[in-house]
Design a binder for this molecule. Structure first.
Ligand code: SF4
Length: 407
């Protein structure tokens, strides 16, 4: 059938009246297709809410024949990109587009999709324009664009569709021009220009002072800054077992523990802490597992819920941070374990045998800080793609070059 349609213009155009027939076929086919679009919705962040609103009862894109919005490329002839696209999604997005049957169309909705939006500068993970991955037919600017803007974009796409012809397939290309950080380039140019100007100005000022020895520069009178009354922080009541009790029991068991950011580790320090302050202990690496195991299983602590495992990159070491809470008593405990930066690969034992939920917390910490959790069942990157170089939350992280795509 496809071959017959493709060859129809070659057969009919030379015949008198034949081109009119082709035009009529085009008109009917375009009218039918543009009023019966099945969109594949690709909503990744805030813009997706506006897209959903466009499909719901108030705006109702079904009035345009745009029905059956689904999250699948099956029978979809339009993909609406609504939200930030990160590098890890780039390949799956391209795959979805390739799986859509032709003829197919793309609407890029919102600043993030069009150019990376607010994430354009200093960002290692956001695609700076969907058109670097797939060809885009309609761009809808805004952050986010309102549903009316999407409806307008839909109507613009209908106009594009109505101009198509079976005589030739419209060529669509992806944007091969690499994204340039125009702001950084401009700042560098301004700085260079300013340096030249400043040298000239200094010379002029010196000359003027010599010619006018009585000249006194104008001094701006000091502005009196209004002072506001200090607002005291609201102290929330203590939750769970008293800190003093937890501190005493834990120190009896593990006397080597010290309190983070406190001069002394003793009962007076704990008593002086504010009611809503949380005990934050420094834990040596070799006692990491025994202490965490103890507070989880001991009946006085029952720290059964792992809130987070993360890290902090200090100049000379990493801190692996573990925050725990007890769902029975409601109190919390924080632990931090310093790992020196001497080793190439900083490592610590995995908590995944004690808290199964540590699995993805540790993968995230590995992904962003490069900390190796020994004994983790599946230590792979979780947000960034395999092959990404570096660990973006480390202080020595350098932004990678713009990614070369194979499309
Ligand atoms: S363009 Fe604005 S509203 Fe849309 S996804 Fe980006 S940040 Fe969110």
């Amino acid at each position: 059938m496809g071959i017959v349609i493709e060859n129809l213009p070659k057969l009919l155009d030379p015949i008198p009246g034949g081109s009119k027939l082709i035009n009529t076929v085009d008109y009917i086919a375009n009218w039918a297709r543009s009023n019966s679009i099945w969109p594949l919705v690709y909503g990744t962040s805030c813009c997706a809410i506006e897209m959903m609103s466009t499909g719901s009862s108030k705006h109702d894109w079904a009035r345009f024949g745009w029905e059956v919005a689904r999250a699948t490329p099956r029978q979809a002839d339009l993909i609406i990109l609504a939200g930030t696209i990160v590098e890890k999604m780039a390949d799956p997005l391209r795959r979805l587009y390739d799986q859509m049957p032709a003829p197919k169309y793309v609407i890029a909705m919102g600043a993030c999709t069009i150019s990376g939006g607010p994430f354009f500068y200093d960002n290692y993970s956001v695609v700076k324009g969907a058109d670097h991955i797939i060809p885009v037919d309609v761009y809808i600017p805004g952050c986010p664009p309102r549903p009316e803007a999407l409806l307008y974009g839909i109507m613009e796409l209908q106009k594009i569709m109505c101009k198509e012809t079976i005589r030739e397939t419209r060529k669509k290309e992806i944007n091969a021009v690499p994204s340039i950080d125009a702001m950084t380039v401009a700042v560098q140019e301004w700085e260079a220009e300013l340096k030249g100007k400043e040298a000239g100005l200094k010379e002029e000022a010196k000359k003027y002072k010599e010619e006018n020895p009585d000249y006194k520069p104008f001094k701006q009178p000091r502005k009196i800054v209004e002072k506001f009354e200090k607002v005291e922080r609201v102290i929330h009541p203590e939750v769970g077992k008293p800190k003093t009790e937890l501190f005493e029991k834990l120190l009896n068991q593990f006397p080597f523990l010290t309190l983070y950011d406190k001069e002394e580790t003793n009962m007076e320090t704990v008593e002086a802490m504010k009611a809503d302050e949380i005990l934050d202990f420094i834990l040596p690496t070799d006692q990491y597992i025994p202490v965490i195991n103890f507070v989880k299983k001991n009946a006085d602590f029952q720290m059964d819920l792992l809130l987070v495992v993360t890290a902090v990159d200090w100049l000379d070491h990493y801190d692996v941070i573990v925050q725990l809470t007890s769902t029975t008593f409601k109190h919390k405990l924080f632990f931090r374990t310093p790992i020196p930066k001497d080793d190439d690969i900083p490592e610590i034992e995995s908590l995944s045998q004690i808290y199964p939920t540590a699995n993805w917390h540790e993968r995230e910490t590995y992904d962003f800080f490069g900390i190796d959790f020994k004994g983790h069942p599946d230590l792979r990157r979780i947000f960034l793609w395999e092959g990404f170089e570096g660990y973006p939350l480390r202080k020595d992280f350098k932004h990678p070059e713009i990614i070369a795509r194979p499309y």
